[in-house]
Design a protein around this ligand. Sequence first.
Ligand code: 48F
Length: 257
Amino acid sequence: MIANDIGASISEAIMNGHFDDLRASLSSDVIIAGAGPSGLAAAIVLASAGRSVTIVEKRLSPGGGIWGGGMTMSKIVVQESAVGLLSEIGVRYQKVEGGLYVADAIEFACMLCARALQAGARMLNLHVVEDVCLQDGRVTGAVVNKSILGEQFPVDPLVFRAKAIIDATGHEASVVQTLKERGLIQSPEGSQFGEGPMDVEAGEKFVVDEAGVIFPGLYVAGMSVCACFGGPRMGPIFGGMLLSGTKIGELLLSELR
Ligand code: 48F
């Protein structure tokens, strides 16, 4: 009898908390698709400045490509220009040769997630941005479904409004793809859709330099920048991802102001 009562209270606490988050997510300043390093870095900037941020993450665990480190070895590398960001989020690191710093991948993923959530961002994991809303030539919201449901059953999604959406979905650039497939986004002249072969230095620069708005209301950060504009891949160095997400967070802060 008592066990049943406690069971019901647990269920109620979970449901109330979840639906509070879901209701708050209906209208955000910024929706971030993808909880990898670039999306989480953007979320930290925006949420720390008091903006309403919803992160939608397809998988059960946020962190994206961080967990695998390099070839499942649980370490990541960051260059000098981004090591300050590691310190800011409280990740410990060691200097190694070549002006590089090495950190634990799991600590990095955990601290990024914790900082984003503690700054006030909401995270809907096991949810996917499967499309965008378009009004008067501008992206005005995300079409969201439960990850597994939408893939397996014909379940209609729900709409979450936002002033801006960041595609931080990594190699897939899956939000941009929804507009690309309809011919609404063309690759700029001289560039291709889909990332190029590995070139570490060029890739790290590209992912920051080219991060920006790709369509009114839609921004790209992280590896999806390379996927959208044919930039090179760069392997398990993560400074560019942090700098790219931070750049988009700061750009949106000034635009939302
Ligand atoms: O892949 P991911 O970590 O993207 P990133 O922030 O960082 C790339 C690096 O991890 C690594 C690298 C480093 O040099 O190259 O690959 O650019 O994280 C992307 C996240 O987006 C989720 C996916 O599950 C992953 O956690 N995701 C993908 N498509 C969707 C999505 C979608 N449509 N809706 C929601 N989440």
